[in-house]
Design a protein around this ligand. Structure first.
Ligand code: BG6
Length: 462
């Protein structure tokens, strides 16, 4: 049973935002690309009919990725709907009927974490949790303790191997490509360490604000929205040791090991910012001290990485929307040609969005009499857009029981340990102008390890 494919997909929160923006497009994609054919049962408390849910699915696809006539027809034929309160046992007996004897259902909890316990318990009481898989979305708790409580709750009803924690960054092609490039090319491994690498920078910039998510965002801030999860996952892919063994846990074991070696942050290594205008967003407290920008300096206490500073910067209302990692090699030990080779001359640059690229930066001689150079990049890989949206890949993997691209409880806890000491806004929040690279105070943080590398987005990629 352990690896058997799921035979029905249930998604709670069927009328919600996540279903609208991600789940319907992912389901249509799975049907079109992989011949997905499982019964799909939406559950929500909206007073809706199945026809209303079908209309919502169409609307979702029209706004997110487009309707594929044949795949959409098939999606409609697979779709079922249960309307009811998550506290009402009747909702779960209706679901049981719709499951019609499925042996290995997958329950996707696209609902606020505060409802997880109620839904999991009612699934169990109605007999729908046995042999089932469950998919949950971040945030996995608000701190280490609540993450552990959440895990205990889920473990009452589901085995760890049946819990799939989505961090959609792991489903992104370029994030997987970091691992692939590192471990499919033995040339990188001998130089991927403190002997050759001077510094690593990861930037996740977004040129938009918190939009209509003011209430949600004001409870989390940038640290918990994208750094504790997405950015630390990217860091793990960049710095983990090579996996050994074939099973789904091979990569996750190495990642968890790496994450345990990341030194917990201290206020001295953090600069937080808030864009001007954030406090007037609906749902945001008028005196909010929550950050919309954060820059952190991290250290990994391992033989491979000791002494290599790692900088992560993420924020809203920055000049561009782009996520990029720069692995910067050491400068030459002496200035052989009487010119100062810039800090970031030799590097590997990995662009994760909006376009995808891997480039190798080196210095070459400018033709002529002088021994002077300029920085150039060799494009190893470049791709305009991602082929498969992360949710399509992740939902397909969860149905097949492939957990590699999902977070694991020990990894989640190790991520919380890294950020725990700076939770609760223990550092000042500096204001910055929308359209700038965050507060000035972020510059002294990087100091001589810098400068910050601000990603440049070509108009065609935006
Ligand atoms: C989400 C965050 O997890 O990731 C958002 O809640 C953020 O605030 C988004 O905008 C970024 O994801 P992507 O895939 O657009 O880079």
């Amino acid at each position: 049973m352990a690896n058997a494919e799921s035979d029905a997909l249930v998604f709670f929160g069927a009328t919600g935002d996540l279903a609208y923006k991600q789940i319907f497009p992912a389901l249509q994609g799975l049907i079109r690309d992989e011949g997905f054919h499982l019964p799909i049962i939406g559950v929500a408390k909206a007073g809706w009919t199945l026809d209303q849910l079908k209309a919502r699915a169409k609307d979702s696809l029209e706004h997110h990725g487009g309707v594929d006539a044949a795949a959409f027809e098939k999606l409609l034929s697979l779709l079922r709907y249960v309307d009811g309160d998550y506290n009402d046992p009747n909702t779960f007996s209706q679901l049981r009927q719709q499951l019609a004897g499925a042996q290995r259902p997958l329950h996707y909890l696209a609902i606020p974490p505060s409802l997880f316990a109620t839904v999991a318990e009612n699934l169990a009481k109605s007999g729908s949790a046995a042999n089932a898989r469950v998919v949950v979305e971040k945030p996995f708790g608000r701190d280490l303790q609540s993450a552990q409580e959440l895990s205990r709750t889920l473990h009452q009803y589901f085995a760890e191997e049946d819990i799939f924690r989505i961090d959609h960054y792991l489903g992104k092609e370029p994030v997987q490509n970091i691992l692939y490039t590192r471990f499919a090319n033995p040339v990188f491994e001998p130089i991927w360490n403190r002997e050759h690498i001077r510094c690593i920078q990861i930037t996740m910039a977004e040129d938009f604000g918190v939009q209509d998510r003011g209430k949600f965002y004001d409870e989390v801030g940038t640290l918990l929205d994208v750094v504790q999860n997405h950015m630390l996952q990217v860091l793990a892919n960049l710095t983990m040791d090579p996996p050994t063994g074939e099973d789904h846990d091979a990569v996750r074991d190495r990642k968890a090991e790496l994450m345990r070696a990341v030194r917990p942050l201290t206020p001295y290594n953090v600069v937080r910012g808030q864009y001007e205008g954030y406090r007037s967003v609906p749902g945001v407290a008028p005196n909010s001290k929550v950050e919309t920008f954060i820059a952190v300096r991290l250290h990994i206490d391992s033989w491979r990485w000791a002494g290599v500073p790692i900088y992560i910067r993420a924020g809203k209302m920055l000049p561009v929307t782009c996520t990029e990692a720069m692995v910067e090699f050491k400068r030459p030990p002496r200035e052989t040609f009487g010119e100062l080779v810039p800090n970031n001359s030799a590097h590997v640059r990995m662009r994760l969005s909006p376009d995808i690229a891997i480039a190798l930066g080196v210095r070459v001689k400018i033709p002529g009499e002088r021994m002077a150079g300029r920085d150039v990049e060799l494009d190893l890989h470049s791709q305009a857009v991602e082929d498969m949206p992360p949710y399509e890949r992740l939902l397909g993997d969860a149905c097949r029981g492939n957990a590699e691209l999902f977070s694991r409880q020990d990894l989640v806890e190790a991520q919380w340990r890294v950020v725990e000491p700076i939770l609760g806004g223990v550092t000042p929040v500096y204001s910055y102008q929308p359209g700038t690279w965050g507060p000035e105070e972020a510059n002294p943080l990087i100091g001589n390890d810098g400068p910050w590398i601000n990603p440049v987005v070509r108009a065609s990629a935006a």
